[in-house]
Design a protein around this ligand. Structure first.
Ligand code: CUA
Length: 297
């Protein structure tokens, strides 16, 4: 069946078999009921009926459901594998995604955008910071719960290039429906280039006027920009913010207009989130800050 990843295809096949199988069995059961209704009693009927119940009602379902169970368990083993060509940790936050690539040279932290190399198996190690979330990229594979204090795993092997989009699939509070992310499948070479760049620190001049506004407003208390003194652990890492396709966890195109509105009218853009709005910012001061953020590529 269609899908952009191996695991989605396997789940799609299972779904198709279940649906077709259910339709066939439903037809047989209805057929048997109609047949029984029209059948006239005769001396051997009771024995025939008993045999029919034993074969059709016990042996056949046990074999069929047993086979489906074994198939399903193998499939589950594949999609919750504990090995991959790369490992990505994702923490569910309210209401965004903290993303950490584990590389031989150390962790690379980003947020709300997951880039994956085509044809490689990515092992996701999932957890949550506060409440239960669920990680789901429908085009690539199954969903998996993210539980505080516990780690779950999920393997995804994307086959097709593109941005397939992901979302939270477990009701987790106010902005649950707006807890989305981008899942971008890239050619392996392009992915390696992207990851190497993502690992770099930001190039920020100490006297950058936009960075001064950033610090003055206290943004660095919550956000980290690697390579600067802004090292807040609360909100998304902003080191390569402008390199992401979307703003606000998969919600808005990354444009200066959206950025300005995000800062000043935050809760109209995304209700209930912890980030406070900065409505007092306007004019050149806001422009300077937005310009600075849009240079964090
Ligand atoms: Cu996170 Cu719903």
């Amino acid at each position: 069946m269609a899908g952009a990843g191996e695991e989605a295809a396997a789940i799609g096949d299972l779904f198709l078999i279940l649906m077709v199988g259910a339709a066939v069995i439903w037809s047989l059961v209805v057929g048997a009921a109609v047949y029984a209704h029209r059948r006239r009693a005769h001396p051997g009927l009771e024995r025939e009926a008993r045999l029919f119940v034993i074969w059709g009602g016990v042996v056949f379902p046990v074999l069929l459901i047993g086979a489906l169970l074994v198939w399903g368990l193998f499939l589950l083993k594949g999609i919750t594998a504990d090995e991959g060509d790369l490992t990505v940790r994702v923490d569910g936050e309210r209401w965004w995604w903290r993303v950490t690539y584990e590389t031989p040279t150390g962790d690379v932290v980003t947020a709300n955008e997951i880039r994956l190399p085509q044809g490689r198996t990515a092992l996701f190690r999932l957890t949550a910071d506060d409440v239960i979330h669920a990680f789901w990229v429908p085009a690539l594979g199954g969903k998996m719960d993210m539980v505080p204090g516990r780690e779950t795993t999920l393997a995804l092997t994307p086959k097709k290039l593109g941005n397939w989009g992901g979302l939270c699939a477990e009701f987790c509070g106010g902005a649950h429906a707006l807890m989305r992310f981008d899942a971008v499948v890239m050619a392996p070479d392009a992915f390696e280039t992207w990851l190497a760049r993502e690992a770099e620190t930001a190039q920020v001049a100490a006297d950058d006027p936009g960075f001064q506004v950033f610090l003055d407003e206290g943004c660095g208390a919550c956000h980290t920009i690697r390579g600067t003194q802004a090292a807040g652990p609360v909100g998304p890492d902003l080191t390569h913010l402008a390199g992401r396709e979307k703003l606000g966890a998969g919600l808005y195109e990354m444009t200066p207009e959206h950025m300005a509105r995000w800062i000043t009218d935050t809760h109209a853009m995304k209700p209930d989130i912890d980030m406070p709005p900065y409505p007092h910012l306007s004019g050149p001061r806001l422009d300077t800050l937005v310009d600075f953020l849009m240079r964090l590529e």
